[in-house]
Design a protein around this ligand. Structure first.
Ligand code: FE2
Length: 246
């Protein structure tokens, strides 16, 4: 069994998301501490490709579809995440975090995606995970391809994310890859102030903790509770008015 198979087995074992390693946990806690202050993860547009066709396999391993012998194409990535209350900095357990994204060619598994790039039949496209008692989650995926949004504008690789937890407004945002040259010109990422962009940009790098060839990254998500008695939502940032391009 190869190293990647081992990593995958580990992910599946932790499908309940109760097993993020001590090293990763320390990294996440450090990230959380660094970001201490009045910080919330900024929202981003949902885009037009939120899944509308149900699929049976929505587990934390997006690199393989249940029943398929082959793996998805592309650069494998392992995302170690933690969901935190923006005000108390306490971990939020039992939240659902959804991920949907294009495959390595930049194509979504959605009937309205007119991109002519090929679909990867072995990529899962959509995942739903539940945070563990420490607010942690883990997803194994591939780096999505860039794709054209309009004349002169290619969207950088990104992963769409939605967070659902009773007591909190849902957060819809997008995760980006640190160092990607398309980030600087992206009209959607630029809606977030330069000072806050680091909250949605993740540094994926080689790690001794994961199989060779898989890049690992850590991400802390901060969400604010509903305010009591008619207060407005505490989700940070303005709602974005960008047309539903992506
Ligand atoms: Fe997108």
């Amino acid at each position: 069994m190869g190293k990647f198979d081992s990593a995958r087995r580990e992910i599946l074992k932790n499908a309940g998301l109760a097993g993020v390693g001590a090293l990763a946990s320390g990294f996440l806690l450090n990230s959380a501490a660094k970001a201490a202050g009045n910080i919330k993860t900024p929202p981003q547009t949902e885009g037009p490709f939120y899944p509308i066709l149900n699929q049976l396999d929505k587990d934390a391993d997006m690199t393989r579809v249940k029943g398929h012998a082959e793996f998805a194409d592309g650069q494998r990535i392992l995302l170690n995440g933690v969901l935190l209350d923006a005000d108390t900095r306490e971990p939020i357990a039992g939240a659902m975090v959804e991920f949907w994204q294009a495959c390595a060619s930049g194509k979504y598994d959605h009937p309205n995606d007119s991109n002519t790039a090929p679909l990867d039949p072995h990529f899962q496209y959509w995942a739903q995970v539940i945070t563990n008692n420490s607010g942690q989650f883990r997803v194994l995926s591939i780096k999505p391809g860039a794709y054209p949004a309009s004349e002169g504008w290619d969207r950088p690789p990104h992963i769409h994310v939605k967070v659902h937890k009773v007591g909190y407004p849902s957060l819809t945002t997008q995760l980006y890859f640190k160092g990607d040259p398309l980030n600087e010109k992206d009209l959607i990422l630029k809606k977030i102030s330069p000072a806050e962009r680091h909250l949605v940009v993740v540094d994926f790098a080689e790690s001794p903790e994961v199989a060779r060839g898989t890049l690992e990254g850590a991400w802390s998500i901060y969400i604010g509770k509903f305010l009591a008695s008619g207060g407005r939502s505490t989700v940070s940032g303005r709602m974005l008015s960008t047309p539903e391009i992506e």
